[in-house]
Design a protein around this ligand. Structure first.
Ligand code: PLP
Length: 246
């Protein structure tokens, strides 16, 4: 007999054990919110937002069963993708038009398409060997002058144009609303997003507009109540970020 019994898994670092507990807690929050909203729990996907966090943290969550990761900063993202190309990578940050090619080449999804020119470039630069790039239109839901995104009244025309692009698969909408304190206020702004998507679904019945990317660590529950299909969680999975990001 050996002096101690080896477990089947390699021993995880203490930090990875913390991340694993965070992961279970976030999963439980999603499950609870789905139950409260009378939605099937598989209808909400978790995007783990790993910006500023090391690849070790990503690989730890991947071993816990997490498959989709969101990144905001291109150079940082490309380094991580090179080390874990088997994971599903989503770009969720601001996009400069001269940076679209590596995004088109290395990601499965882009949540932050905020103008037509970006969509056109992503379609033109998507390699033919890859499936169509899944994209969401970012909505400037609070109509903030400092924020990117389509104004709600511009969405119909934007969809009309984006649906013509051959190498993109338009799936829905994304928003980053201003912080609101109460659940009721959070739900009210997400409800507007839900209504914008419903209107587009009516206007473009042939498109597969089934996706709402909304809800972060502080407003996940409100987003699930209002139909979110991707919640984007950073802090509550990986811990606080040190700013400024690289
Ligand atoms: C950083 C970020 C998140 C995650 O936010 P947390 O509050 O840390 O959960 C989600 N979405 C976008 C677009 C982000 O930039």
């Amino acid at each position: 007999m050996p002096p101690f019994v080896q477990t089947t898994h390699a021993q995880e670092s203490p930090h990875c054990q913390i991340l694993s507990e965070n992961f279970q807690r976030v999963r439980q929050r999603i499950a609870d919110a789905c139950q409260a909203a009378q939605r099937p729990s598989e209808s909400v996907h978790l995007l783990a937002v790993s910006k500023t966090k090391p690849i070790e943290d990503v690989l730890c969550l991947a071993r816990c069963g997490q498959g989709a990761f969101g990144e905001n900063y291109l150079q940082e993202a490309l380094q991580k993708i090179a080390q874990a190309p088997e994971l599903e990578w989503h770009f969720i940050g601001p996009i400069q038009s001269n940076k679209t090619r590596p995004i088109a080449e290395h990601f499965a999804w882009v949540h932050s398409v905020d103008r037509l020119k970006i969509a056109q470039r992503l379609s033109a630069q998507r390699p033919a060997t890859l499936p169509a790039l899944q994209i969401l239109l970012e909505v400037n839901i609070d109509q903030e002058t400092s924020k990117a995104g389509f104004a709600p009244e511009a969405l119909t025309e934007a969809c009309h144009e984006v649906l013509k692009l051959p190498n993109l698969r338009l799936r829905g909408l994304m928003a980053i609303p201003q912080i609101r304190q109460t659940l009721a206020e959070q739900r009210a702004v997400f409800e507007q997003m839900q209504q914008h998507l419903a209107q587009l679904q009516e206007q473009f019945p042939e498109a597969e507009l089934d996706t709402l990317s909304m809800g972060m660590s502080g407003d996940l529950e409100a987003a699930v109540y209002q139909g979110a299909t991707w919640v984007r969680i950073g802090t509550d999975l990986f811990g606080q970020r040190a700013y400024p990001a690289p």
